[in-house]
Design a protein around this ligand. Sequence first.
Ligand code: DP6
Length: 370
Amino acid sequence: MVFVTTFAVMMEIETALIFEKNAIPQGTVAWQSPSNIALVKYWGKKEHQIPCNASVSFTLDKSVSKTTVHYTPSDSQAFQLAFYLDGERNEKFEKKISMFFQSILHLQPFLNQLSFTIHSSNTFPHSAGIASSASGMSALALCLCQIEQNHFQTLTNTDTFLRKASTLARLGSGSACRSVYGGLVVWGETSACPQSANKYAVPLTENVHPVFHDYCDTILIIDAGQKSVSSRAGHELMHTNPFAVSRFRQASENMEILLKAISGGDLDTFIRITESEALTLHAMMMTSEPSYMLMRPNTIQVIERIRAFRSETGIPVCFTLDAGPNVHTLYPAIHKKEVLSFIKNELIIYLYNSLMIEDGTGNGPKNLDV
Ligand code: DP6
């Protein structure tokens, strides 16, 4: 008994979050949560999903995962789970979620008393090659917090609820911790944002110029194939990348510069830093050991056409990339008509199956009726 208590204290286990033996509940909860696109990139992490540098992202609006979690008492001493993507059992994700649950048991020990059936679907097409880990893991983390709140009433305050959801989501996938909030979101300690933290994300509620309240992101699908190197493996390679130290320093400086530009509505600086961050992310892949490339020839064609269009028209449209070949086209809402017609006339030939997703800044996750 003494050992158990000491062990619990050492691991900081939330011992209050355990059901009475004969009162293990059942129920259903559901949340939808969006994907996000980073402007300053998280690339490189330490143990327990602590980022090597701070990052900032736009939470998207239309690209969301919807997740329903049904839970009943477990018939063993450990959690059990079945995961379905679009109605089909998916063992690959089941393994990932199992590892995620293992990593959060100290924060929600009651998970081991339950058996879970999880159904998830994404609004963006499967074939788009868009990472769903941010939206999927954040939706799942929100569901788990909902279960905690429904049965222990420990997360009644919205800020506390979202902070715990962000903390859990981070342990599932780093970028997922930013999807818990709408608008612009910062993750990782940075002097540019005093309330920022390594273990959870915080929303940028003040110091955001109105031009960024409804910023557009048209996602251009260049290639929908499976990535040759996962983000998880890519982060790992930063441990031996010869440019890692200067990259982390540059990211910190970029956070300062970009957050100032976001506060003042300085679009020239916003574009300069956002594009440089996207290219630096891919430069890190190209300088890893072993090196690899996720951009495709059409990624570069599209980037060059966007830059030419900007210098010909003066319209402040820019690009960013995530860890893949697709291009996110970012621009203020007042230029939507011109930019969409430019994309439809000039960029469509570079896209996979003419596929694009007209998205933009969104307000964050929603609790769904069950
Ligand atoms: C390039 O969050 O997918 O999108 O923590 O291993 O799950 P894990 O990685 P992940 O990495 C995202 C990398 C990025 C940049 C970003 O979103 O900041």
